[in-house]
Design a protein around this ligand. Structure first.
Ligand SMILES: Nc1ncnc2c1ncn2[C@@H]1O[C@H](COP(=O)(O)OP(=O)(O)OP(=O)(O)O)[C@@H](O)[C@H]1O
Length: 291
């Protein structure tokens, strides 16, 4: 059995069957299709993606060196930044120009590199904020309750179910600020699921997380895929990337320089030159741990 078959279920392997390991490759059933998306800051081109398709029901990693444009790409696609040019469709519908909460309501939800869990709100209130589709970062719990009314019961039940699933149920009354770094990542993921998205985008879900919680997060990510959701994630940890990705997209200087299964990417000389070579040196000197 190949490492790619180990990573994904048989169904996932089938979904990627016709996809060629090359930049811009067509997928059999793309949930997200990006065309000509560009974003510059002053004279610096941060993102310049000619064509990208993300296959439905898979785990796709977006990797690349620091400053490659990964977070900017996430920000653009999810309505947290504006493109200079380009268009993209989600579930066949254009979501250009939509704001973050509208994108979330369309079914595409993202988490942030630095967790946005409101530290002075309880874990449960953070979850209830998630039900709004990521708006209201400045809203308090009392406001939430008045807005929700009858809907609050339904949302609270969903929040408690998710907190149970993510093993945070005992923390529901604690302030989010009292959680460890890893628990905040779990809360971010749980919160993102409040709107029952079909696609979840995770920005560095493992950063600052201790090894025990890494296993738990990995389990949650693969479970989401196995339930039929699409996962797109940005990550630097190569063991994580190679271990759970069905497909990998490599960005360098804003452009997609390679795409493929983990085995394709590992042996791609251009990727080794632009990223993997330097990454190995970095990993040798790094120490990981929870906050
Ligand atoms: N708001 C901004 N203003 C100016 N420059 C920006 C802004 N946001 C990003 N950049 C620049 O755009 C480039 C891409 O940054 P981005 O954060 O998207 O990279 P990244 O691949 O996510 O990096 P990392 O792995 O370090 O998180 C970088 O050169 C960065 O300095």
């Amino acid at each position: 059995m190949s490492s790619d078959e180990v990573n994904g279920s048989a169904a996932v392997v089938d979904r990627m069957a016709g996809a060629l390991p090359e930049p811009g490759s067509a997928k059999s059933d793309p949930i997200l299709v990006v065309d000509g998306v560009k974003r510059s800051f002053g004279g610096l081109t941060a993102v310049d993606v000619e064509h990208l398709e993300v296959q439905r029901g898979t785990i796709t990693a977006l990797i690349g060196p620091n400053g490659a444009g990964k977070s900017t790409c996430f920000n653009l696609l999810t309505g947290f930044d504006r493109v200079d040019s380009g268009r993209w469709t989600f579930e066949g519908r254009s979501i250009n120009g939509k704001r973050g909460h509208q994108v979330a309501r369309a079914g595409m939800v993202r988490t942030f590199q630095l967790t946005k869990a409101l530290t002075r709100l309880s874990v449960l209130d953070n979850m209830l904020l998630g039900a709004q589709g990521q708006t209201g970062e400045r809203m308090g719990g009392a406001f939430l309750r008045s807005v929700w009314g009858r809907q609050e019961k339904v949302n609270t039940e969903r929040a408690l179910d998710l907190l149970e699933r993510f093993k945070l149920i005992d923390k529901r009354r604690d302030m989010a600020g009292a959680l460890s770094g890893g628990q905040r990542k779990l809360l971010e993921m749980a919160r993102a699921l409040m709107t029952d998205p079909s696609m979840i985008m995770l920005d560095e879900p493992m950063a600052g997380v201790n090894p025990a919680l890494v296993q738990s997060l990995l389990h949650h990510i693969t479970s989401l895929r196995d339930e039929g959701k699409t996962v797109l994630f940005v990550e630097h940890d190569m063991d994580v990337i190679m271990g759970i990705s069905d497909w990998i997209v490599v960005l360098a200087q804003g452009r997609v320089i390679a795409e493929g299964r983990p085995s394709d990417i590992r042996s791609n000389q251009q990727v080794i030159d632009a990223y993997l070579g330097a990454q190995e040196v970095e990993d040798e000197g790094s120490v990981s741990g929870d906050e």
